[in-house]
Design a protein around this ligand. Structure first.
Ligand SMILES: [Zn+2]
Length: 290
């Protein structure tokens, strides 16, 4: 009888231990599920409106995410899109909502917004509305001349980086005219747009029905050339390309072969920001993950 009683107590204790283990495992699993749920919420941040909303949904993302390489390595579940948006969130007044005209422009031309160099200035929105707005923005820039050019000016940090690449290998401008290859006025972007497209094309782009034109010409006010961090070049070999890439210059606009953007980082860093490397007809582009 005594033996049976002892065995009953022993079995009860074992049962209690097993029950406790199973329960705690279940709780842990539940917490992990919640954590995954949070990550999932963050992934849809692009469809949300402003920064306030996104930071509320993505409470597990540190604000200074871009300054922490170790964070990128440890949080593999963050999608490229999320990493890109986290890097640019402080640059724009509002992160455009998915499906809008502004979002289309951000996807096509927003690569430079990941640049964290305080010397590089970018507008706080993806469209400059007129010549006056463009001039007001350009008046805030510190510009420098590109070597071996007559009138090609870029933001100084971008020009310095390009000049370092040009010190390694000859890289000619596309047309040779600085006001079209390099930094442009608002009027020039309108003139170029009308050369290849018209109001109907613009309406179709705004409706999200047309995107191919964006690789030929940027809609008025949306060109990276307005920002002093883009240039059109004649690049025909790998040595030129490597020199540009190593100095932070990349092709970031799909199908716009002569167009180069100063992103300001080496190629390996672009992957951390979520950029997608895409090769089209043998030409390598680094595209935003939007
Ligand atoms: Zn261009």
């Amino acid at each position: 009888m005594k033996v049976i009683f002892k065995r009953t107590i022993f079995l009860t204790i074992i049962a209690l231990i097993v029950f406790t283990l199973v329960t705690s495992s279940g709780t842990r699993h539940h917490i992990l599920s919640q954590s995954n749920q949070n990550s999932d919420n963050c992934v849809i941040v692009d469809s949300l409106g402003d920064r306030k909303q996104s930071s509320q949904r993505c409470t597990n993302i540190p604000k200074n995410i871009t300054s922490s390489t170790t964070y990128f390595n440890s949080e593999r579940k963050l999608t490229g899109k999320l990493r890109f948006l986290a890097a640019i969130t402080d640059k724009l007044l509002t992160i455009p909502q998915s499906g809008t005209y502004e979002y289309t422009l951000l996807r096509a031309y927003g690569a430079a917004f990941v640049n964290q160099d305080p010397e590089i200035k970018l507008p706080t929105k993806v469209i400059l509305n007129n010549e006056q707005e463009t001039q007001d923005f350009q008046a805030t820039l510190t510009m420098a001349k590109v070597n071996d050019s007559y009138d090609c000016y870029l933001q100084k940090a971008a020009a310095d980086a390009l000049n370092r690449a040009k010190a390694q290998v000859i890289i000619p401008l596309k047309s040779g005219y600085g006001d079209s290859d390099c930094t442009r006025s608002f009027t020039t972007t309108v003139r170029f747009w009308r050369k290849y497209a018209n109001d109907k094309t613009l309406a179709r782009v705004r409706q999200g029905e047309e995107t191919k034109i964006l690789g030929t010409v940027a809609p008025p006010g949306s060109s990276q050339h307005l920002w002093g961090i883009a240039i059109d070049l004649r690049v025909s070999n790998e040595v030129q390309k490597q020199a540009l890439n190593r100095n932070g210059w990349f092709r970031t606009v799909e199908n716009d072969i002569p167009h180069w953007t100063y992103v300001g980082y080496p190629p390996e860093k672009l992957s951390e920001f979520g950029f997608k490397n895409k090769v089209v007809s043998g030409v390598s582009y680094w595209l935003t993950p939007l």
